[in-house]
Each structure stands twice: as structure tokens, then as C-alpha cells.
Design a protein around this ligand. Structure first.
Ligand code: KG4
Ligand code: ZN
Length: 344
């Protein structure tokens, strides 16, 4: 079974061809970073236009690199949500058109589900397992019970963690996206110099909050010579911020592991990290230490499959086809689409 995947929910235009034996035949991504950088963040209208301009060329390239024609497809999968409506419409319409021409089923994929299913593509992980999804738009802990069955244990009550990285970088005069910049600056910094808050740490449950941490960084920057931090200050504040984020995430994830163990006695726990922030090495190290202490297996897909990509969309399409969950041509774009509708 071969599925074409299309991803256009945010600022990455992507197309991929994946086979059901977990082979990625092609995986092409066009990142719109250069288009959005002057604005310091993703501009929805610019994103939608860029998707429209690039997508057909990327699909053609993925098909060529995969060495297949439209007649070889067993399905076409596109992200239907959650995400920015303009981009979602571009991907959804393109996917439906190709599915119609190829006479194959169309699969409207939930972007969060695709992130959550990625470890089954990369590492063949069996259900059930725990997912920590940390990106610019999402921050949540959920249990993947089966295809289409996810239980949300907790999520952020305000900002996503990637957003906190981006805001911190901006306050420190670093570039966008902020995560990699803060990580780099933190390498030479003193994580103990600034006593930043650890929101939610020590509380029961698995929710997150990052707004207060962001505010604390703003106050710390303002206190440094009227808001113009020297390079050493930037390094120390980056390191202190990253340490605070790490403490919070480890604390919340430890609660999630305990919840998972209680509801799944006898199952060897696996923790999967996904999303752009999962590329952070300091965070990965912290999570590895946690998993070692809790006898859990840590699965961190390679960064290219952690950040937004279309291979995960094609794979989610394969899982949906196998589960008999093809979508109708009337599937609509859903800017908001929680994975666990009951929890939402
Ligand atoms: O998953 P992603 O590529 O896009 C979505 O938001 O869906 O995640 C992007 C986010 C940005 O906020 C970026 O700053 C953050 O992931 N990020 C990082 C790192 N690399 C990317 N955050 C911390 N450390 C990193 N190395
Ligand atoms: Zn994503």
C-alpha cells in the first residue's frame, strides 16, 4: 500500500510518499522561514499564498523521487486540521483533486494524530504509549490507545512551550524561530543565575503553563541595564529559561508516566516526544534521565520527522486506511480539532 501525504497546516509546505512496510519513499519539505522571518512569526496570509505557489511542484517532486505515478497510489492523505485555515484549504483541495483523479480514497488527517502516530513509522512502537507533543502551537500529554483513540492527560492552559522559546528569544534580541537560538545561547550560560518560576511544578495532573515564565523573563531583561542585556546575560538568561522549562516538562511528564502506569498495569511504558521543541538536546537529555529512572522507553523520532513533515501525514493515512477510516470528499478543514473530543 502506497499513500501520498500533504502537509500545509502552518509554515511548512510538504509532500511525501510512504509505503505500508514503513518505508519513506520520498519526503520533501519547503520551509517558509525566509518569508516569515521579517515579521518575527508566521503570517497566515503569507503562509497560505506560499502553500498555493509551492504545493503542486512539491507533490510532483515527491512522486518523482518516490519513483511512482498517480496510478500507483492506494490513497491520498492531507492535513485537515488543526492549523491555519488558508493553508489547510490549499492542502485539502489539492489532496481531494489528486484522489479523485487517481480514483483512490481520500484521508483527512488530524495533524496532532499524525505527530502521535510517527513513532509507529520510525520505531514500530505498539499501542498503548504516552505522547509528549511540544511545538510552537501545541503542548500536551496524551495516551495513544489505538488508531483514532487518544486520551488527553493534560495540556497548556496558556502558551505552547515553543511559543515561550520564541518570545524569550525575541526579548533577548535573538532570531526567529527562537528555540534553536535559545538552545545555542544556553550552551555557555549559567542556568542558576536567574531564579525563574516553574509554573505548575509540583501540582497534581499534567497541565502546563508558560505565560508566567515568559513574564518573568521580560522582567529579568528589563532589570538588566534597562533592557539591553550583554552577551553573557543573554547566555545566562537562556540557560535559566531552558532549565525552568526542563524542570516543568520533566515534572508534568513524570505525572503522566504515573497515570499511564496506573491505567495500564503490566504494560512496559514508552514515552514518545514529538514536535519542534523535541529537537532540543537539553530537553531530550532531561527526558532520557527521567525515563531511565522510571523504567520507561524513550522514543524520539529524528528531528526531520519530529518537526512538521508530510511523511507523518502519509503514514497516518496508511493507519486510517488499515482501520477502515477513509474520509468522504466532503471532509472539511478544521482550524480547531482536538484529538480527544471528550477532554476538549
Ligand atoms: O513542530 P514545529 O516545527 O511547528 C509547529 O509549531 O507546529 O515547532 C516549531 C517550534 C518553534 O516554536 C521553535 O522555536 C521550536 O519549535 N523549536 C525549538 C527547537 N527547535 C525548534 N525549541 C527549543 N529548542 C529547539 N532546538
Ligand atoms: Zn506540528
Amino acid at each position: 500500500m502506497i499513500v501520498l501525504g500533504i502537509e500545509t497546516s502552518c509554515d511548512e509546505t510538504a509532500a511525501a510518499v510512504v509505503r505500508d512496510d514503513r518505508t519513506v519513499l520520498a519526503n520533501v519539505v519547503f520551509s517558509q522561514l525566509a518569508e516569515h522571518r521579517p515579521w518575527g512569526g508566521v503570517v497566515p496570509e503569507i503562509a497560505a499564498r506560499a502553500h498555493l505557489e509551492r504545493l503542486d511542484g512539491l507533490v510532483a517532486r515527491a512522486m518523482r523521487e518516490g519513483g511512482i505515478g498517480f496510478g500507483d497510489l492506494d490513497g491520498v492523505a492531507a492535513t485537515a486540521g488543526p492549523g491555519l485555515i488558508g493553508g489547510l484549504l490549499v492542502g485539502l483541495m489539492t489532496g481531494k483533486a489528486i484522489a479523485a483523479v487517481a480514483g483512490q480514497p481520500f484521508l483527512a488527517v488530524n495533524h496532532l494524530e499524525a505527530h502521535a502516530l510517527t513513532p509507529r513509522l520510525t520505531d514500530g512502537v505498539d499501542f498503548p504509549y504516552l505522547v509528549l507533543l511540544v511545538s510552537g502551537g501545541h503542548c500536551q500529554l496524551l495516551v495513544a490507545e489505538d488508531v483514532g483513540r487518544y486520551r488527553r492527560l493534560g495540556g497548556t492552559v496558556d502558551d505552547a512551550v515553543g511559543e515561550a522559546f520564541d518570545k524569550t528569544a525575541r526579548l533577548l534580541g535573538l532570531g526567529w524561530p527562537g528555540g534553536p537560538e535559545v538552545e545555542r545561547a544556553a550552551l555557555t550560560g549559567d542556568p542558576a543565575r536567574f531564579a525563574l518560576p516553574r509554573p505548575m511544578k509540583g501540582r497534581p495532573g499534567c497541565d502546563f503553563s508558560f505565560a508566567g515564565l515568559k513574564t518573568a523573563v521580560r522582567h529579568a531583561v528589563a532589570a538588566l541595564l534597562g533592557g539591553a542585556p550583554a552577551p553573557a546575560d543573554v547566555a545566562d538568561l537562556s540557560a535559566s529559561f531552558q532549565a525552568a522549562v526542563g524542570d516543568v516538562i520533566v515534572d508534568r511528564t513524570a505525572n503522566a508516566l504515573a497515570t499511564f502506569a496506573a491505567s495500564h498495569p503490566g504494560v512496559a511504558p514508552a514515552l514518545v516526544v514529538a514536535g519542534g521543541v523535541a529537537a532540543n538536546r537539553a530537553l531530550r537529555t532531561r527526558l532520557a534521565t527521567l525515563c531511565e529512572a522510571k523504567d520507561a522507553r524513550l522514543v524520539a523520532p529524528p528531528p526531520a520527522l519530529c518537526t512538521d513533515n508530510a511523511a507523518m501525514i502519509a503514514w497516518a493515512g496508511i493507519e486510517m486506511l488499515r482501520a477502515g477510516r477513509a474520509s468522504g470528499m466532503d471532509a472539511r478543514a478544521r482550524p480547531r480539532w482536538p484529538l480527544d473530543e471528550a477532554a476538549a
